[in-house]
Every structure is written in structure tokens, then in C-alpha cells.
Ligand binder design. Structure first.
Ligand code: FAD
Length: 441
């Protein structure tokens, strides 16, 4: 249907919660007219439901079931699978590349939505490049492979020191991601160690280090305390006020001089700004783009930002937290505001009162606050699962997740490593240097 409005080219950069939900909302807003020409530039052709990533890592969920393909979701949006490499704010062009060294695209825009999220912060601790991170689907698959790999080695290891090293994991950062990861990891280890005749559950050491005094700062103290006691009961060595001074490929050195020899080191120290934003001449706070309450950039009315890459004023002088539940609601307001801008109508502010926060602790337990009601144990775990199941956009995906969860109730996790190397890499594996043993100290 013709509206009399000229066609507006909207380019959304980033295919996470913010970007995909913006494109979805824009499609819903123009059911009968075609005056919005929407392009989504995304590195991956799927949306990752990050809260389900822990279970992809432990094998409870088939990794593919924690993602939703973007194309069937977005019927009227042009999807370009590429990484944005730069943005020319003057000429209003996004430069993108299919893959490093691959095909390049220049995509012009009238309205630009930045929804590129963040990256794991590797700037705080020297040697962070040696640690594993936990943000993408491949991170989850790599962690699972690494856990299975150390178990395979520990099962045949005769040197007790090396075996201890193999079975030690250090997780750095006791926020939501670090705590949930440890919860799921302890469940996974308990479950799969029965497969190995020479490894007992008590042989594992999991150390959770937090630089500050507060454990699980996202939740009220009584709930954080419940989570802390649950993990401690499973043998997790929780150390608050314990900054990590350095990470090496085989160890973690704490600021008090103690060195922990560990085969798996995981960095959960929060997010850092996406490098794409560094080159943009826009007002920023700690690298995040400052927008006003309507999600519009301060200096450029044609640029908008949401999600983890944006600093959105919450009314109390602080920014809204970097959470999925916020990003997808910001996306709906942003889509309406772009449409209003095009139609010359006043914009609406983004106002959202959080529904709460939940953390799954593995072993069918969880903890959280929902509408100011505190929940713990099985109930919290059940609410957590149900809520995030509904965040998965399509029923076909939801059904697969429910089947995976049901199967996991009756059967043990499998111990299959998912090989992701190309045949060439596998063939050259015999020529690679052997894995280094930990330094004895
Ligand atoms: C393990 C984990 C668990 C979490 N659990 C919860 C939870 O339980 N509840 C909750 O509310 N929040 C949770 N979060 C936080 C939540 O995932 C984020 O707040 C949310 O994803 C932010 O959405 P976003 O769209 O801003 O960024 P993202 O979802 O990170 O999406 C950004 C997208 O942009 C893409 N991208 C980046 N750079 C480029 C580029 N140059 N070109 C093209 N594309 C690019 C990325 O590949 C990604 O697809 C969790 C996060 C993690 C890592």
C-alpha cells in the first residue's frame, strides 16, 4: 500500500537480541506499507539465546538448539551476513566484510541502528589472552571439548601432580555469568565423571575468584548467600577479595602471590566495548554510545544505539543494565521511534522496570528475584527455564529445547567431543608440539 512517504533506508548492525528484535518490530510496524527498507548486518546468520549457552556447554542442550536462524524470522528484512568493519558517519555508509579477507559491502543508510553488543574484557588482567571466554556458541563448544579432553588425559595420567593440574579449573569473576557457569560446570563434571574409571568426583577442584568483596552482586545479599552456600556444598572453592594478578597458559597467580596450576582457566570479568565503536566520533561513556531516553544519539539524530553497546539513561543518573531482557524491550521502543521520526511524530522515551534477575545453579536449583519476590531452589530453576524458553522466538526451536531437557532428566550427558577443525588441521595434528606440562612450584 502506498503511504506517500519516501522510502527510508534503515541499517541495523548486530544480530543479537537488540538487532534482531529491532528488525522484527520494524517488520511488524509496516504490515501494509513498504516505506521502510530494512537491512540487518550480522556476523552470524542466527540469534544466540545467551542464557541457554551454559546448557549448550554442558551438553544438556544440543548447541544448535540454543540458536534461532535469522532468515526464517525476518521475512522482509535484507540480511547481510558480514562483520561491519567501519562506519562513515558523514557519508552515511556502513562498510562490511563477509569474513576476514572476504567480499566487501558498502551499505548506505538514512537511519542507523547500532546493536553490536560488547566483547569480553581482556584488558583487566595481564595474560588474559590465555584464558577461555564464554560469550559465543563456539566458546561453549570449545569449553565442552576442553573439559572432555582434560578428563580423557586425567583418566590415564599416572603423575599425581599432573592429574591434579588437569582436574583443576579456575573461573575468574563471580557475577551472574561466572556463578551460572560454575553451577552448570559442577553438574556436568558430576555427571560425566562416572564414564571415567580413574576419575572420581572428589578429584575435581573448581576455584571461583572474585576481585571485590561481593559475590553475585546482581542479586540481593540473602539470595547471593544461598547461591554461595549451594556452590560451596558442591566443593567449589569460592574466594572473594581475591584479585587475579596474572594468567599464564597453565596457571593463575593471585595478588597475594599464590599460584594455582589449572588446565582450564575461564574469564568472566564482564564486558568491554565493541572495537567497532572506538573509531566513531560519537559521545561515549566507557566506550558505550551515549543515547538520550528515546535511544537517539546525542550528536547525530540519524544514529540510534541499544543493548550492551549503548549507555541508556535510566532516570537515576545511571545507565540501564546490559541484559537481554532490556535489549529486547529497547528494540521495540527504538523501532517505534524510528517510525515516528519518519512520520514526523514525537518520540517516546524508553522506561522499563526490571522484572527481576534469575541465576541457574545447575543440579535443578536456581536463585532469583521475580517481581520483588525472592525464589530459590527448584522453583527458581523452573521459572528460569520457562522464562528463557519463551525468549526463543519460534515454537519449533522451543519444542527441541523441551525434548533436550526431558531427555537429560533420564540419561547422562554424553562425552563426545565435537570436532570443529578442518581435515587439514586434523591431519597436521601429529606434527604439532605436545601440550606443555604445568610448571612445578
Ligand atoms: C553467557 C551469558 C549469559 C547471559 N545470561 C543472561 C541472562 O540470563 N539474562 C539476561 O537478561 N541477560 C543475559 N546475558 C546478557 C545478554 O546476553 C546481553 O545483555 C544481550 O545479549 C545484549 O544484546 P545486544 O543485542 O546488545 O548484544 P548481543 O546479543 O551481544 O549481540 C550483538 C551482536 O552483534 C554482532 N556483532 C558484533 N560486532 C559486529 C560487527 N562488527 N558487525 C556485525 N555484527 C557484529 C555479534 O556477533 C552479536 O550477534 C548473558 C550474556 C552471556 C554472555
Amino acid at each position: 500500500m502506498a503511504t506517500g512517504l519516501p522510502v527510508t533506508r534503515i541499517v541495523v548492525v548486530g544480530g543479537g537480541f537488540g538487532g534482531v528484535y529491532t528488525a522484527l518490530a520494524l517488520e511488524a510496524l509496516q504490515t501494509s506499507s513498504r516505506h521502510l527498507d530494512v537491512t540487518l548486518i550480522s556476523r552470524d546468520n542466527y540469534l544466540l539465546i545467551t542464557p541457554l549457552l551454559f546448557e549448550a556447554g554442558s551438553g544438556i542442550l544440543e548447541p544448535r538448539h540454543t540458536i534461532c536462524p535469522i532468515r526464517p524470522l525476518l521475512r522482509r528484512t535484507r540480511v547481510i551476513v558480514a562483520g561491519a568493519t567501519g562506519i562513515d558517519l558523514e557519508k552515511q555508509i556502513v562498510h562490511a566484510m563477509h569474513e576476514p579477507g572476504g567480499h566487501c559491502y558498502d551499505v548506505g543508510y538514512d537511519q542507523l541502528v547500532l546493536a553490536v553488543g560488547g566483547v569480553t574484557n581482556r584488558t583487566i588482567i595481564p595474560g588474559s589472552e590465555h584464558a577461555m571466554v564464554f560469550k559465543t556458541l563456539s566458546d561453549a563448544i570449545c569449553l565442552r571439548n576442553q573439559v572432555i579432553d582434560v578428563l580423557e588425559q586425567a583418566n590415564v595420567e599416572t603423575d599425581s601432580m599432573r592429574k591434579k593440574h588437569l582436574l583443576t579449573t579456575v573461573v575468574i569473576g563471580a557475577g551472574l555469568v561466572g556463578v551460572e557457569l560454575v553451577g552448570e560446570l559442577t553438574e556436568f563434571l558430576r555427571n560425566i565423571c562416572r564414564t571415567y574409571e580413574n576419575v572420581r568426583c572428589e578429584d575435581f577442584t573448581v576455584v571461583l575468584c572474585e576481585a571485590g568483596p561481593v559475590f553475585l552482586r546482581e542479586l540481593p545479599p540473602s539470595l547471593a548467600d544461598f547461591a554461595r552456600r549451594s556452590l560451596a556444598k558442591r566443593g567449589v572453592d569460592i574466594r572473594t577479595n581475591t584479585p587475579v594478578a596474572e594468567i599464564t597458559p597453565n596457571s593463575v597467580t593471585l595478588s597475594n602471590g599464590t599460584t594455582i596450576s589449572a588446565a582450564i582457566i575461564l574469564l568472566c570479568t564482564g564486558g568491554a566495548p565493541n572495537p567497532l565503536l572506538a573509531g566513531l566520533d560519537l559521545p561515549k561513556d566507557h566506550g558505550r554510545i551515549i543515547v538520550d531516553t528515546t535511544l537517539n544519539c546525542l550528536k547525530r539524530p540519524e544514529v540510534w544505539a541499544i543493548g550492551d553497546c549503548a549507555w541508556i539513561p535510566s532516570g537515576d543518573g545511571k545507565a540501564y543494565p546490559q541484559l537481554a531482557q532490556h535489549a529486547l524491550r529497547e528494540a521495540r521502543v527504538l523501532a517505534r521511534n524510528i517510525t515516528r521520526r519518519v512520520q514526523g511524530q514525537p518520540l517516546e522515551p524508553f522506561v522499563y522496570q526490571t522484572m527481576g534477575a534469575l541465576a541457574a545453579l545447575g543440579h535443578y536449583s536456581g536463585v532469583g528475584r521475580v517481581m520483588n519476590i525472592k525464589v530459590r531452589g527448584f522453583l527458581a530453576w523452573w521459572i528460569w527455564r520457562s522464562y528463557y524458553l519463551m525468549q526463543m522466538p519460534r515454537w519449533s526451536r522451543r519444542l527441541r529445547i523441551v525434548i533436550d531437557w526431558t531427555v537429560s532428566l533420564f540419561f547422562h550427558n554424553d562425552v563426545v567431543k565435537l570436532v570443529v577443525e578442518s581435515p587439514a588441521v586434523r591431519e597436521s595434528a601429529g606434527k604439532l608440539p605436545a601440550v606443555r606440562s604445568p610448571e612445578k612450584n
